[in-house]
Write a protein that binds this ligand. Structure first.
Ligand SMILES: [Zn+2]
Length: 319
């Protein structure tokens, strides 16, 4: 309603910044990392795309949602896990596209989460995922005791949990996140958590970049853990993204990687993220469709898990 016809037309006609014609898998793509906002300072400041400099295509909730849905449509994203600081905005996205949105509850400070509210949301069938959990922005380590009730709740409700592990934007400590520390993004800080919560359906957002070796150690030890490649697929130099992704795939983990964009206030980042995966010439068509769709479908239980190995021996058999 808030979007003028002219603005909407401009959005729909805007060419994607990267028009690589490579097809998406026939089942489509699942984006595990999309954000909704009711308001945002970056809209007010009209911050262009941080990588391409492209001017903002949307500066309010309705236009941003429409532009993001348009980006999803042109890249064949059929479902997206949507989260944000404003849960009501996420619910409005769900209402606008019930078949395409998974509702996710995001927050940074675990001590301010109303656990009973989440229990109720799950009970009425509204809550699909918990995340993005940005506790690192609050200076809270993955193994901090303040995170314990969150892990216990995700396990109790049997919902996936998406945890942000990433150094954050360059200069983060001087642009509003004084407590963030890159060292808190080390995936091995999750070890004791995974031992205490063996049924936790965890996905590590941003694939714990740049801690590749430690991430591989974690994936090896805990076969239930998945990672998304959001934000690193469109903000990092393409070569660096491929070094990281290729490292994961060559270590044997192509079936544990989830596609994600983390478009934030730049819907065209979805095109850039899809293009990044498509340009990976070291991935087979099967590996691409696993990363784009089937791994997420298995993780979210949209399709049955195909047992690849006897219980406890998952890593000993070929994938
Ligand atoms: Zn994040």
């Amino acid at each position: 309603m808030g979007t003028s016809l002219a603005a909407l037309t401009a959005i729909l006609l805007a060419p994607p910044p990267t028009s690589r014609p490579s097809p998406a898998p026939s089942v489509g793509i699942i984006d595990m990392h999309v954000h909704a906002y009711a308001s945002d300072e970056r809209w007010t400041a009209r911050i262009g795309n941080p990588v391409t400099g492209q001017a903002m295509v949307a500066t309010d909730e309705n236009a941003h949602r429409a532009a993001t849905f348009a980006a999803m449509k042109r890249t064949h994203i059929v479902k997206a896990v949507v989260s944000g600081d404003d849960y009501d905005a996420v619910l409005r996205w769900k209402q606008a596209a019930p078949d395409h949105v998974f509702v996710s509850y995001g927050f940074d400070d675990p001590t301010r989460v109303d656990l009973d509210f989440l229990r109720k949301e799950k009970a009425v069938g509204r809550l699909d995922v918990i995340g993005e959990v940005g506790s690192q922005y609050e200076g809270i380590a993955p193994n901090d005791p303040r995170m314990e009730p969150i892990y216990a709740l995700a396990e109790e409700l049997d919902v996936p949990l998406g945890l942000h592990l990433h150094p954050g934007p360059p200069g983060a400590t001087s642009i509003g996140y004084p407590k963030i520390r890159p060292s808190l993004g080390d995936p091995l800080l999750l070890e004791d958590v995974l031992v205490r919560h063996p049924r936790l359906r965890l996905y590590i957002m941003h694939a714990g970049w740049p801690f590749l070796e430690n991430l591989i150690a974690l994936l090896n030890a805990y076969p239930q853990v998945y990672v998304d490649v959001a934000v690193i697929d469109w903000t990092k130099p393409r070569k660096e993204f491929h070094r990281y992704l290729r490292g994961l795939v060559e270590a044997g983990y192509s079936r544990r990687i989830l596609f994600g964009s983390d478009q934030m206030v730049w819907p065209e980042a979805i095109d850039m993220s899809v293009a990044a995966i498509q340009s990976a010439d070291y991935l087979s068509p099967k590996q691409k469709s696993d990363i784009f769709y089937h791994n997420a479908a298995r993780f979210l239980r949209l399709e049955p898990a195909t047992p690849v190995a006897p219980k406890g021996a998952m890593e000993t058999l070929p994938r």
